[in-house]
Design a protein around this ligand. Structure first.
Ligand SMILES: Cc1cc2nc3c(=O)[nH]c(=O)nc-3n(C[C@H](O)[C@H](O)[C@H](O)COP(=O)(O)O)c2cc1C
Length: 366
């Protein structure tokens, strides 16, 4: 019987993976210590999932200003780098590979998480969303519009985050430029009303991502170890609404990444909600962007063994990322190989802290 496409190795000039199953980045709020350092429990959790072709870490903050959820690990202090080193060592010891997703939430934060300071964002527009603070969920506030100086500092923080990730033993980094966080807030005209070189035109709204990539390259980081994540048809989640320029903006970004940046991969997500009634939305992200991107493409959202195999067989993506299924099936690859039943994830323990619903999902036969 021919091997499933998902389980075949993947080789490019930048990646060499034992299969095409990717663990999607997922915040799990288990860095329950004052310095938000990755823990031994996190090392155990990721090592349990090392049979994935590639693991992408949960979003990890590049600075104290980037914070937007409690108990999420950072990657800016020496202690945090040392904590992550234990995680990458544990994954490598099991034959896995792991990228760090580096992150700034922008306006998706709250003064309670920022020593009383306002969150930073392209413009002072409240996303009217909920943020989880030390005292439970709170309404977001109108953020502070970033000064040029704050933007330059943020670019430098991403460079440092990338360097720290490589020092911590990650095989590469993914820029979290999706899901309504800082970069996405710059891309979208409904969250970016700036009149300087970071607002107005499509080129200007996309500028921050390219400045970060250029700065990472100038710092000497191998761009073949850098990926980026985009969620073009995000609507109604994380404070993002689309307009007629949203998809043209992503078209521009993808084409430019393809032409000018030789990245490890581009990680795209299909719509997270039903966008069939949204006139500006693209419903088929992989199909639209595969022809526009001349490099390795990862696709995610709602994937199954069957869908993943079909997408690869059809040539619409090279790698397939699984989120929730990886929470509850540490041996997802082995289960696919046996077409075994899959366990369902318990939503109540996604961000609850502790081992329960985290490192205690059994492998087949355990
Ligand atoms: C608990 C949880 C935490 C998540 N955290 C992140 C994150 O830190 N970064 C990110 O890019 N996406 C995050 N996501 C989105 C996932 O990467 C993925 O896009 C989503 O779960 C859809 O894929 P699925 O249908 O396979 O679960 C998270 C999703 C879940 C369920």
């Amino acid at each position: 019987m021919a091997e499933q496409p998902l389980l075949t190795p993947f080789k490019s000039d930048k990646l060499n993976l034992k299969n095409r199953v990717v663990m999607a980045p997922m915040t799990r709020s288990r860095a329950e210590n004052p310095g938000t350092v990755a823990t031994d429990l996190m090392a155990e959790y990721y090592a349990q999932r090392a049979s994935a072709g590639l693991i992408i870490s949960e979003g990890t903050y590049v600075s104290p200003e980037a914070v937007g959820y409690i108990n999420v690990p950072g990657i800016y202090s020496p202690e945090q780098v040392a904590g992550w080193k234990k995680v990458t060592d544990a994954v490598h010891a099991k034959g896995g590979q792991m990228y760090a997703q580096i992150w700034h939430v922008g306006r998706m934060s709250h003064p309670d998480l920022l020593n009383g300071n306002l969150p930073l964002a392209p413009s002072a527009i409240n996303p009217h969303a909920q943020v989880y603070t030390f005292t439970g969920f709170k309404e977001t506030v109108a953020p502070q519009a970033m000064t040029t100086e704050q933007i330059k500092k943020t670019v430098a923080d991403f460079v440092k985050g990338a360097q720290n990730a490589l020092e911590a033993g990650f095989d590469g980094i993914e820029i979290h430029s999706a899901n309504g966080y800082l970069f996405h807030q710059f891309f979208n005209a409904t969250s970016n009303t700036r009149t300087d070189e970071y607002g107005g035109s499509i080129e200007n709204r996309a500028r921050l991502l390219f400045e970060v990539l250029d700065a990472i390259k100038t710092a000497g980081v191998d761009m073949g170890k850098v990926g980026a994540r985009l969620n073009p048809s995000l609507e109604g989640l994380f404070g993002i609404t689309m307009d007629e320029e949203t998809i043209p903006t992503f078209d521009y970004i993808v084409k430019r990444l393809s032409a000018d940046y030789s990245l490890a991969y581009l990680h795209l997500t299909e719509p997270m909600t039903d966008v069939s009634q949204i006139p500006f939305a693209e419903q088929h992200i992989a199909k639209r962007y595969r022809p526009l991107y001349d490099g390795t493409l990862i696709i995610n959202v709602g994937m199954t063994e069957e869908k993943g195999n079909k997408i690869i067989a059809d040539g619409d993506a090279d790698l397939v990322a699984f989120g929730k299924l990886y929470i509850s099936n540490p041996d997802l690859v082995e289960r696919f190989a046996k077409h075994a039943p899959l366990a369902e994830a318990d939503k109540d323990t996604f961000y609850s802290g502790g081992t329960k619903g985290y490192a205690d999902y059994p492998k087949l036969g355990e």
